[in-house]
Ligand binder design. Structure first.
Ligand code: M6R
Length: 599
């Protein structure tokens, strides 16, 4: 969602800020802006892309201090006026903000009567409050602290004061924010990726701290003014991981990376005796719990559905899977010894965090599976398992999804072994086979491009059907297709269509069916017949050995429980090409954000 950058040093800040914002584009946004300080404060804002912002920025302005922002609209439509940075009434203070201020209306009413607001945002309240308190106390830091202590909600803030040109004031609550360290310069970023261009040394900021960032010094303080010391960490992201290289889109690159990600996971979770390498505390938590509650959203929820099958079938652990946004307001009756498993690529999803806050209050153990180990959900949970998928930039999740399933399979096998269950399943060997199968699919992209052309060029809708594990993969296929191609797509259990939805089947309606599960192979094929009889254009993707004449594609044989890791690749590629054929912005689909940090 929203992104923040800031720079204070000797270089031309415009270019550093713009490049930083470009690195955050993948998170999703609808407007952007920067403020750079030369003699005066210069604010440039646009609706739309960073490319538009580049055009709007006055090249002749030379400045060495500035802040920038990408906005994903919550309060107020996407527009130039509502874009950040926002300024106080006199123009003295300029601010960027990530998050949502829940009590902005109360603050307006209680403190800012008579102040004219330029925008419809919750954010503007913050900058107006800072100005009011600064005028009253004559001290910017005090005004900033007082403002921050009044805010309810989530925020990451960076503020410039025209009367203190050598400082950027920074604070956060719930939303991530980092300060990056350099020689003769310092930076601010909501994600280290934005500033890897200038440094890999970052200091993590905590809630209820304020930070004064100068060119040659960074001072962390608690809200009461006491100084905080914190060592920087090295961001271990290879800058080339966040470049497209020769690929036209990140999504295609990330689909192609999946065989490598599988091998990476094998390496990371295997010890020198070929046993599973897992934190003993996680092993203990898994064997002590009487039920696992998986909490997730979107694609990660779909991985959770498969994870339930692994945990129940391999490890015999009763497991429930819940959509995070529903769970947080409707806690079910819990078992006596629950273990919560949060699955999140980004580790920042607000819907999951609000569940975690509650489960922490109740004292239940929590395990986060994430691609970003330092993320909020990772820090606040009892345990973390890393997905090792490498940075995922495209909004549509691909390699993180298959990594989530692979890590869940390893967790299930480890739990089964710890319980002494007899297993005929070596997860590392099987994941190796999955990796090779994935490779062979990635080498046949032209087939999926043709399927997308034949079935999806002009259609308005599409159905995905499957039974058992295939049903869950169908849900993910439908999500992938709709989020990037805007085709209305739905996933259904094969037997369920005839209970209502079959009414929507007309001549030529595409129905993509998965047939990778032996025990339901005949039934899913009957379901395909039911829709074909009513005019559907069927496309069956089956597993080697279960294939029949006329199937559109046959995936190589892998362990029956792990078929979802492979059968999803055709669906990812078909969605990719369908979006491409429709001239959609594949990596940055409309209205979506990579990291959904508001509830
Ligand atoms: O970062 P998370 O895994 O917590 O994100 C959850 C969903 O927002 C995410 O999976 C979303 O559905 C993706 N855009 C799907 O491609």
């Amino acid at each position: 969602m929203c992104g923040i950058v800031g720079y204070i040093g000797n270089e031309d800040t415009k270019e550093i800020l713009l490049k930083g914002l470009e690195k955050l584009e993948y998170r999703g946004y609808d407007s952007a802006g920067i403020a750079v300080r030369s003699e005066d404060m210069n604010v440039f804002k646009v609706k739309g892309r960073i490319a538009n912002l580049r055009e709007a920025v006055d090249e002749s302005v030379h400045a060495t201090t500035g802040i920038g922002h990408t906005r994903w609209a919550t309060h107020g439509e996407p527009s130039e006026t509502n874009a950040h940075p926002h300024q106080s009434s006199t123009g003295r203070f300029t601010l960027v903000h990530n998050g949502v201020i829940e009590n902005f209306e109360e603050l307006k009413r209680d403190y800012l009567e008579g102040v004219n607001f330029a925008s419809e945002t919750d954010t503007e309240v913050i900058v107006q409050l800072i100005e009011k308190f600064a005028l009253e106390s004559g001290n910017t830091l005090e005004a900033f602290r007082k403002t921050v202590s009044l805010l309810h909600g989530s925020y990451a803030l960076a503020v410039l004061d025209s009367e203190n040109p050598d400082e950027i004031f920074v604070a956060k609550n719930k939303s991530p924010l980092l300060v990056g360290l350099g020689e003769d310069f310092n930076v601010v970023a909501s994600d280290s990726m934005a500033m890897l261009q200038v440094t890999d040394q970052f200091v993590e900021l905590m809630d209820e701290e304020v930070v004064i960032v100068k060119q040659d010094n960074v001072e962390l303080q608690k809200l009461d003014g006491t100084t905080v010391e914190r060592e920087p960490f090295t961001a271990e992201i290879d800058a080339s991981d966040i470049e497209k290289g020769t690929y036209p889109h990140f999504m295609l690159k990330e689909i192609d990376e999946q065989p490598f990600v599988m091998r990476n996971i094998i390496q990371e979770y295997q010890d020198e005796n070929d046993d599973i390498k897992l934190d003993e505390d996680i092993r203990k938590a898994m064997s002590e719990c009487d039920r696992v509650y998986i909490i997730a959203a979107g694609t990660s929820y779909h991985a959770g559905l498969i994870g339930k099958e692994f945990l129940e079938k391999i490890a015999e652990v009763p497991t429930e899977v819940h959509v995070a946004s529903e769970f947080s307001y409707n806690f079910p009756l819990l078992s006596e010894k629950p273990l919560f498993v949060f699955i999140s690529q980004s580790g920042e999803t607000a819907d999951l965090r609000s569940v975690l806050v509650e489960t922490n209050k109740l004292g239940h153990p929590a395990l986060t599976l994430t691609n970003v180990p330092g993320s909020t959900l990772s820090r606040e949970a009892t345990y973390t398992m890393h997905l090792h998928a490498g940075p995922e930039i495209a909004v549509a999740s691909t390699k993180a999804y298959t990594a989530q399933m692979a890590v869940l399979a390893i967790l299930a096998v480890d739990t089964a072994r710890a319980k002494g269950l007899t297993l005929d399943f070596d997860p590392m060997k099987e994941l190796g086979i999955v990796s090779s199968a994935m490779e062979s699919l990635c080498d046949q992209k032209e087939v999926f491009e043709q399927i997308a052309r034949d079935y999806l060029s002009t259609t308005r809708n599409c159905f995905f059907i499957g039974r058992g594990l295939d049903y869950f993969v169908g849900l993910e296929g439908a999500l992938k297709l709709k989020e990037i191609s805007y085709i209305q797509a739905e996933g259904f259990a094969g037997g369920e269509l005839k209970h209502g939805t079959i009414a929507l089947i007309e001549d030529g309606t595409p129905v993509i069916a998965l047939a990778t599960q032996e025990h339901v192979n005949s039934s899913i094929r009957s379901n395909v017949q039911e829709v074909v009889t009513r005019g559907a254009n069927d496309c069956i993707i089956s597993l080697e050995g279960l294939d029949r004449e006329g199937d559109a594609f046959v995936i190589p044989n892998v362990h029956s429980l792990l078929t979802p890791l492979v059968s999803v690749l055709p669906l990812q590629l078909i969605s990719y090409y369908a979006a491409l054929h429709r001239d959609c912005d594949v990596d940055k689909p409309r209205n979506l954000a990579k990291s959904v940090t508001v509830e």
